[in-house]
Design a protein around this ligand. Structure first.
Ligand SMILES: C[S@@+](CC[C@H](N)C(=O)[O-])C[C@H]1O[C@@H](n2cnc3c(N)ncnc32)[C@H](O)[C@@H]1O
Length: 243
């Protein structure tokens, strides 16, 4: 992870973060991308980048979930989660997980946090600490939709076209969003994770109000949907000659 991004999270005010995700419109947006992730969770669950524990609470309430561990790099975010009563909290980077092999049944990472991490490292670590057949569920924001939305917002805010088309004047890290679904699936596969399901949140830039809420299934939706939801499974290893 880049140092400036890390520093941003280490200095984030947890209360300000909670206010932002608690805002009515934002809360509805995150609830839509959280729902399929929560539905994939069962058994011993690890949430990567758990922040102030927003999802830990929802995970704890699910009968199919036996244990919930939250991991985050930022001590202040974890302190806020602890203040909400969460006990199994670990301060570490998702790129180097301090757990033994096969420890978890499900690992999830919400919003589009993985965008800012070295995902190949995270996938390798996830594959190590998942049991065979265990599930990784996460979301990434679609570059194409995020680009158009961000461009439009910046245009409205600044009243001119951006000076940088690539970084849109530095707005919102859109250049790190998901561009290539096939490359992502290949990276998962290299780590030993097989794609089970892919879907995306229904959304068409500028046509928001005409779109029925819900999800598109399959990789094509990644071009139009706002957020892409991946559910992958740790492959069972075949031990040759054991039969
Ligand atoms: C957008 S917040 C998401 C918080 C929470 N999952 C939620 O849905 O509200 C991103 C979180 O990622 C954490 N984070 C950033 N880099 C990390 C890393 N390398 N390893 C673990 N956590 C990290 C930040 O500290 C922050 O709490």
């Amino acid at each position: 992870m880049k140092e400036d991004l890390l520093l941003r999270w280490l200095t984030t005010d947890p209360e300000a973060y909670d206010r932002m995700v608690g805002d009515h419109q934002m809360a509805a947006y995150v609830a839509t991308i959280d729902a399929p992730l929560l539905a994939a969770c069962q058994g011993r669950v690890l949430e990567l980048a758990c922040g102030t524990g927003r999802l830990l609470r929802l995970l704890d309430a699910r009968p199919e979930v036996q244990q919930v561990v939250g991991l985050d790099i930022a001590p202040r975010m974890l302190a806020a989660a602890a203040a909400r009563g969460h006990r199994l909290l670990v301060q570490a980077s998702a790129e180097a997980l301090p757990f033994s092999a096969g420890r978890f049944d499900t690992i999830l990472c919400a919003v589009y946090t993985l965008r800012d991490l070295e995902r190949s490292k995270v996938y390798t670590e996830v594959a190590r600490v998942l049991r065979p057949g265990g599930i990784l569920a996460f979301t990434l924001r679609s570059y194409y939709t995020a680009y158009l939305e961000t461009l439009w917002r910046e245009f409205l805010r600044q009243g001119r076209r951006p000076r940088s088309w690539r970084h849109l004047d530095g707005a919102d890290g859109v250049e790190r969003d998901l561009k290539d679904v096939k490359a992502e699936v290949a990276a998962l596969k290299r780590a030993g994770l097989r794609l089970r399901e892919i879907s995306s949140v229904r959304f068409l830039p500028f046509l928001r109000r005409w779109i029925r809420p819900g999800y598109w299934h399959g990789g094509m939706g990644a071009f139009f949907g706002s957020d892409v939801i991946f559910v992958a499974e740790k492959a069972y290893s075949l031990i040759s000659g054991s039969l």
